[in-house]
Design a protein around this ligand. Structure first.
Ligand code: TYM
Length: 329
């Protein structure tokens, strides 16, 4: 049987091109090599306050986005995390396997808890235990993610090994799958910070639903480095390197080809071409997104099927986990 691939996105706000380039594009590219489970992780989303009506809409929109980027629902299962209760159950168990110190070291927790300093939830802290559960429930071998999730994945591997050594071989130890270039797309307004859905300014990211005019405006305002040439130097010229990375993914051109294309030209020409390329990259996704959003019956069918398939596998795994741990009678 083919290896299992698992990944997920939080249904918070709108997806941006960092999510697309770092994660979803990879999913679409490799889906045919694996049995795939793509999860809308709504239980992760509630680790910071959410408006219930918006959350429900975002859950459906995120599932529609998976389809819009090209996930084939006849091959892969798409489902909503909270509809398969074993995620919460194994999440609790994983929180008993993880150590406080390990979770305290998680960069995402440190960043987010600093932002919500007044009321950091316990869930925000134990978030990686739930993420480990998502992955380990299904004997996942491959997890395609952006670079910011690598630390969580490394912890997942630690928890799997620890569980296996305490209770006997139970979980597969998963591997990350990361883009060679583009695993960390940076903010357009600040190339030292990753592009983020929770950025204060919307000009920091390009949403996959942004209209062409908005995309043009955001790219024209994107910060650049001192210097005038279009050359890839991640260390010394992170802003232009980031824009070139986006251009690379939108056009398929290598960095060398991009440098050649813009030799003797300046930021203005490059930004114009970049805006066109991003608009072109997002156009088919936006069209398909609208189609899926306007056909809730089809989306429901796909999510029901995904839930049933995930449920069956998750129940079987939890039975084994409980037996090994001596839980229940
Ligand atoms: P989330 O929702 O923050 O992000 C979804 C995916 O997008 C990637 N990503 C980026 N990639 C490149 N550049 C960026 N600026 C950028 N920002 C985000 C993320 O790395 C991620 O792959 N904890 C996860 C969701 C999750 C999960 C899982 C993922 C829950 N359970 C199990 C994989 C497997 C998260 O918050 O992703």
């Amino acid at each position: 049987m083919a290896d299992l691939l698992f990944s997920g996105v939080q249904p918070t706000n709108v997806l941006h091109i960092g999510n697309y380039i770092g994660a979803l594009k990879q999913w679409a590219d490799v889906q045919h090599r694996y049995r795939c489970l793509f999860c809308v992780v709504d239980l992760h989303a509630i680790t910071v306050p959410q408006d219930p009506a918006k959350l429900r809409k975002n859950v459906l929109d995120t599932a529609a986005a998976y389809l819009a980027v090209g996930i084939d629902p006849n091959r892969s299962n798409i489902f909503v995390q909270s509809e398969v209760k074993e995620h919460t159950e194994l999440g609790w168990i994983m929180s008993t396997i993880g150590k406080m110190g390990e979770l305290e070291r998680m960069t995402q927790y440190k960043d987010k808890s600093a932002k919500h300093a007044e009321n950091t939830s316990v869930g925000l802290f134990s978030y990686p235990a739930l993420m480990a559960a998502d992955i380990l429930l299904y004997d996942t071998t491959v997890v395609p993610v952006g670079e910011d999730q690598l630390q969580h994945l490394e912890l997942t591997r630690v928890l799997a090994r620890r569980f296996n050594s305490h209770f006997g071989e139970t979980f597969v130890v998963p591997q990350p799958l990361i883009q060679k270039v583009g695993a960390r797309i940076m903010g357009l307004d600040d190339p030292t910070k990753k592009m983020s859905k929770s950025a204060i300014s919307a000009s920091s990211y390009i949403a996959i639903t942004d209209e062409p005019e908005v995309i043009k405006k955001k790219i024209s305002r994107a910060v650049t480095d001192s210097g005038t040439t279009i050359e890839y130097d991640e260390e010394n010229r992170p802003a232009i390197a980031n824009l070139m990375t986006i251009y690379h993914h939108a056009t398929g051109k290598s960095m060398k080809e991009i440098e050649k294309e813009f030799a003797g030209k300046g930021y203005g020409d490059f930004k114009k071409a970049l805006a066109e390329a991003v608009i072109y990259m997002l156009n088919p996704i936006q069209k398909k997104l609208k189609e899926f959003q306007s056909d809730p019956a089809e989306l429901t069918k796909i999510l029901d099927r995904g839930r049933d398939a995930a449920q069956e596998a998750a129940e079987a795994k939890m039975k084994i986990v409980k037996e090994k741990m001596g839980l229940g009678r």
